[in-house]
Design a protein around this ligand. Structure first.
Ligand code: MN
Length: 231
């Protein structure tokens, strides 16, 4: 096949302990999936999960032991961090039952759903899509993917984020409103999942702004840490 210009390279994420990398197909994100975060955003109660997407090439992969560089994005004065457990899909499927969902998981990673909160809030008020607030370039930093068999009990793991060494977010994955398997069930009812899909599962309470020069370090127990500087 010839193309009118070279196709864009596939975005990839490192895999812990392996030289092969994980090729990204799509990035799905779950909104308001921890109760205390839903509260801080002005919502209460359990609602069905809802989803938004980021472009696959919005991933900002950070190699093990490295400090990534996160460019401060344009058009915002309120860039927020959202630390999240990321589920990496290894086997696709549609209408996947929660009981079988974990068979579709390749592994897990620590990610950040970076958000231009001022733009997202403007779009919310106007009933417009969130894309400009959520789907910008480099908006999906992610550390190495740990294969599921080596990841330990992710469902109960601590999840945390520090900015310049100070705690901003600290919770456990057990606080998810819709757990990993339920999220895959809902998501695969709406889209056919493919190997290479990433699911950012939502953030606990404590979201807040960062500025140029800040160092973000976050983790999920068993999956290592993700470290970035805003530049
Ligand atoms: Mn999020």
């Amino acid at each position: 096949m010839s193309t009118v210009f070279p196709p864009a390279p596939v975005a990839t994420v490192p895999v812990a302990g392996r030289s092969e990398r994980f090729p990204v197909h799509r990035i799905y994100c779950v909104g308001r999936n921890y109760e205390e975060h839903a509260r801080e955003m002005g919502f209460t109660g359990r609602e069905p999960p809802f989803f938004f997407m980021k472009p696959a090439d919005a991933v900002l992969p950070v190699e093990a032991g490295q400090t990534g560089r996160l460019p401060y994005p344009s058009l915002t004065g309120n860039l927020h961090h959202e630390i999240e457990l990321v589920v990496a899909i290894g086997k696709g499927g549609r209408a996947i039952a929660a009981a079988n969902a974990l068979e579709h998981v390749f592994g897990y990673a620590v990610g950040l759903d970076m958000t231009r909160r001022d733009l997202q809030n403007d779009m919310k008020k106007q009933g417009r899509p969130w894309c400009i607030g959520k789907g910008f370039d480099h908006s999906a930093p992610i550390g190495p993917i740990t294969p599921a068999a080596q990841a330990g009990d992710v469902a109960q793991a601590a999840i945390w984020l520090q900015v310049n060494g100070q705690d901003r977010q600290r919770s456990t994955v057990a606080q998810l409103i819709w757990n990993i398997a339920e999220t895959i069930e809902h998501l695969s009812a709406a889209w056919e999942l493919q190997p290479g899909d990433l699911i950012y599962t939502g953030t606990p309470e404590g979201v807040g702004a960062v500025v140029r020069g800040d160092v973000l370090e976050g983790g999920v127990d068993g999956l290592g840490t993700l470290r970035l500087q805003v530049v």
